[in-house]
Design a protein around this ligand. Structure first.
Ligand code: ADP
Ligand code: MG
Length: 394
């Protein structure tokens, strides 16, 4: 069994034990999985109608569910060690962002489209670090939607399921998120990254050929503290750039309609920091296109260079990195065999992603554990991508 398969077998074993303990007899469980994700390239482009290139992970959220004979819903979270019982007619309103709020949010939104005539038993177990920027929340909502499809026998068109899960994050967790996380979680394929156009939602699966190279996700050990306020600030700065550019270029509806020539033209007259924010977005979209071309020809050195350039841009132009992430990327880049590295996700903490030659994997782990920790005092967690999974019924 590969490491990836062992990891899955262990997660499913834990889930099965929890079902026995919590729910006992009463029929067979259906099991589903939805993966977390890491974004290879294209950060802060999604809400600017831009391009992104995420990849699903081998880790995510597992759920086991079965129909009840009555209208009672029993939920159990293995990770949180918590259980909830309530009636289908009387769904509670848990605290926004709590694990139950995502699950109940999906149940509510699902019931607005498809009626549930019975309650159910549902156990949830994840093997992703939560709140690390690897989209455990999307894995939770998508897996909940999948289990409801199985319990009712009614399937939603995939993109409708994606939108439903995005609404749940917005309404029940209070996160004004874009669509990337739910989209890749629900539509990503094993062995591929997903090239997504956030303006049209056109997408393409791009094969990953990791015979000689590995992707490695490294959590910086820094939680995303400033995330909320700075995220909104960046969104406002991009909006301001669009407003100003539109005076000279009336066709501009979002930064997607902008190129470097327009940004640099004297008429545009953008001032800092808006000019730098806009430059990042415009250049990052170009890098995503170049990265897709590189992946299609298995040109991993070029992919690595694009990732490293993206980090510099997120640090210097978009100003969403932090000293720990910069140190982490420096340590990665100073390791032999590393082709490129960058922070990934919204920033201000969370994870970095690196592409490394197989032979360099061990020394990368070693150096991150010793040097990064010594320089920052933060404890990293390292997740080499052994392979990745699509969501689905198991
Ligand atoms: P991220 O999506 O980057 O991991 P978020 O803050 O968006 O971070 O989502 C994390 C939240 O999602 C957790 O605090 C928890 O409420 C919920 N969650 C994630 N995974 C699980 C899980 N396995 N079981 C229960 N709740 C989970
Ligand atoms: Mg999330």
């Amino acid at each position: 069994m590969s490491e990836l398969q062992q990891q899955r077998a262990a997660a499913l074993h834990t889930l099965t034990l929890a079902c026995d303990e919590q729910f006992g007899d009463g029929g067979r469980f259906t099991r589903v999985f939805a993966p977390g994700r890491v974004n290879l390239l294209g950060d802060h482009t999604d809400y600017n109608e831009g391009l992104v290139l995420p990849v699903t992970l081998g880790r995510g959220v597992y759920q086991a569910g079965r129909p009840a004979t009555n209208r009672r819903i029993r939920l159990h979270s293995v990770n949180f060690g918590e259980s909830l019982v309530f009636d289908l007619e009387d769904l509670p309103t848990p605290q926004a962002g709590s694990w139950a709020s995502y699950v109940i949010g999906v149940v509510r939104e699902f019931m607005a489209l498809i009626s549930l005539d019975r309650g159910f038993d549902l156990a949830i177990h994840g093997d992703l670090p939560a709140g690390a920027g690897l989209s455990s929340s999307a894995a939770l909502t998508v897996s909940t939607a999948l289990i409801l499809e199985e319990l009712t026998g009614q399937r939603l068109p995939r993109q409708e399921l994606v939108r439903l899960c995005q609404r749940v994050e917005q309404r029940y967790a209070g996160v004004n998120c874009g669509i990337m996380d739910q989209f890749v979680c629900a539509l990503g394929q094993a062995g591929h990254s997903l090239f997504l156009d956030c303006r049209t939602l056109a997408y393409r699966h791009i094969p990953l050929q990791f015979t000689d190279y590995r992707l490695v996700v490294i959590h910086s050990g820094v939680s995303r503290g400033l995330y909320g306020s700075r995220y909104n600030e960046r969104r406002a700065e991009c909006d301001s750039g669009v407003q100003q550019l539109r005076r000279h270029f009336p066709h501009v509806k979002s930064l997607r309609d902008v190129d470097m020539k327009m940004l640099q033209s004297r008429e545009a007259g953008l001032e800092d920091p808006v000019a730098r924010r806009c430059s990042h977005v415009v250049m990052e979209n170009l890098r995503v296109r170049d990265a897709v071309a590189a992946l299609l020809t298995a040109d991993y050195p070029t992919l690595g260079q694009l990732m490293t350039a993206s980090h510099a841009s997120l640090r210097d132009l978009y100003a969403v990195s932090c000293p720990e992430l910069d140190t982490l990327v420096d340590v990665c880049l100073a390791t032999e065999g590393v082709l490129g590295a960058r922070m990934t996700g919204a920033g201000f903490g969370g994870c970095a992603v690196a592409v490394v030659e197989n032979a360099g994997l061990d020394s990368l782990s070693e150096r991150v554990k010793t040097q990064y920790q010594a320089r920052t005092g933060c404890e990293p967690a390292i997740f080499p991508l052994q392979g990745n999974y699509a969501c689905g019924v198991l």
